[in-house]
Design a protein. Structure first.
Length: 194
């Protein structure tokens, strides 16, 4: 089996389908604000009470679970291709977090917080770690995207949103890693890594 190509196909497809799933869910969510609403609000919105909008929740939760499953398979494929336990574990933990976001929406409280942190933190680290497995210039873009995501996570953790609102700041964490996933998938599908 061509593990590199398999990982590339799944990384590209997983990231693209989540981006499209998020967009569709946002369009269908009444009054959704990219600035004020968290991404996970698409699965369930919990403040004082919890509200679930359909079909938004089903679309988002299914899409993020699918990404998580793909990432777990990608982690195995990367281990088979590159033999790196560190890289594979980082991708796998991010995948577990992604699947967890869909399986445990905001209605699960602290558990949702934990899996959300996992996908963001290990996703950013995965992008940085990929530096060792891809060629320049993509290796540099990978590091920049990973560090941008991790820096945004740190700022978000300090309860600062830099005028973007909580949803906007959360997107500064998620989008760099999703864009890296599209690029990384494309790279693996077409570039033979030596």
């Amino acid at each position: 089996m061509d593990w590199r190509r398999t990982a590339g196909i799944l990384a590209f497809a997983g990231a693209v389908q989540l981006i499209l799933g998020m967009l569709i869910a946002e369009f269908l969510y009444p009054g959704y604000s990219n600035s004020q609403n968290y991404i996970s609000d698409l699965g369930a919105t919990c403040r004082n009470t919890c509200v679930i909008y359909e079909p938004t929740a089903t679309i988002f939760n299914t899409s993020v679970i699918l990404l998580g499953i793909f990432m777990i398979v990608i982690a195995y494929a990367l281990w088979r291709e590159f033999g790196s336990i560190v890289f594979s574990v980082l991708v796998g933990l991010s995948g577990l977090g992604a699947a967890g976001v869909g399986l445990f929406p905001e209605t699960y409280g602290w558990l949702h917080f934990v899996v959300s942190f996992m996908v963001f933190f290990f996703g950013g680290l995965s992008a940085v770690e990929s530096y060792w497995f891809v060629k320049a210039p993509f290796s540099y873009f990978s590091v920049v995207l990973g560090l941008a995501s991790l820096a945004a996570l740190a700022v978000f953790g300090l309860d600062m949103n830099l005028g973007l609102g909580p949803g906007g700041m959360e997107r500064m964490i998620a989008y760099p890693v999703l864009l890296w996933g599209v690029g990384f998938g494309s790279y693996l599908m077409h570039e033979k890594v030596e």
